[in-house]
Write a protein that binds this ligand. Structure first.
Ligand code: SF4
Length: 221
């Protein structure tokens, strides 16, 4: 029976992505290959629990939604993550995968929506993006049924300018939803809003909805 290392499983409101606002079950896997300096999920770096994929399915089936996000840590750091994704799909779930973009998304089932969190220079994990993923994104989007989103978490104006260059270099803005999020206490939402407006950039400013609804809660929301 295939096993997966789990940090936590919880039911909440999706706080990010174009799915923000929907009720969603989160499966947070343990382990990460990066060490971002703003990480608010460093507790995932250690394994909390190991469950069979069947046991994970049993847990999430208790919740009254078919929307599931697999996140981390870095979920693709575990070899059994694709098997978990396939099992979720075969049980009729709509599946989002939040990944830091450093590992290949080439073997993910087409029905999964990957949300790639491209690490910017001031994250402390710069140059981690797997450039092959640009090809995989384009390949996925050629299939009408497939979707994909890109996210940039910004610590500074320098990060913002880097993200703009990344999008322009790869000609991504018309292909898929692009989300810009400010790191709390480093970039104000007002500043980021102004930069985006000044440049007329076709990206969505994204604030973490769960942090607004449940301020002060760092886990389970
Ligand atoms: S990739 Fe995510 S979980 Fe890993 S260190 Fe960076 S912010 Fe934390």
């Amino acid at each position: 029976m295939q096993q997966i290392n789990i940090s936590e499983i919880f039911y909440s409101i999706q706080g990010e992505s174009t799915y923000a606002g929907f009720p969603c079950v989160f499966i947070r896997l343990s382990g990460c290959n990066l060490r971002c300096n703003y990480c608010d999920a460093d507790y995932t770096w250690e394994v909390n629990d190991t469950l069979s994929i069947d046991a994970v399915l049993e847990k999430i089936n208790q919740y009254p939604t078919d929307l599931v996000e697999v996140t981390g840590g870095e979920p693709l750091f575990q070899d059994n993550c694709p098997a978990l994704l396939s099992a979720l799909l075969s049980h009729g779930k709509r599946v989002l995968l939040e990944t830091n973009g450093s590992l290949s998304i080439g073997k993910l089932p087409q029905e999964v929506t990957p949300i790639l969190d491209v690490k910017c220079p001031d994250s402390g994990s710069s140059d981690s993006f797997n450039s092959e993923n640009i090809h995989h994104i384009r390949h996925r989007l050629e299939k009408k049924s497939a979707s994909c989103e890109l996210k940039f978490v910004l610590s500074s104006k320098n990060d913002y300018l880097w993200a703009v260059q990344f999008i322009r270099r790869h000609q991504l803005s018309m292909l898929l939803p692009i989300l810009f999020s400010p790191v709390r206490d480093r970039v104000s939402p007002q500043s980021l809003a102004q930069w985006i407006m000044d440049d007329g950039l076709p990206v969505r400013l994204q604030l973490q909805l769960h942090s607004i609804i449940w301020p002060g809660f760092s886990r389970g929301v």
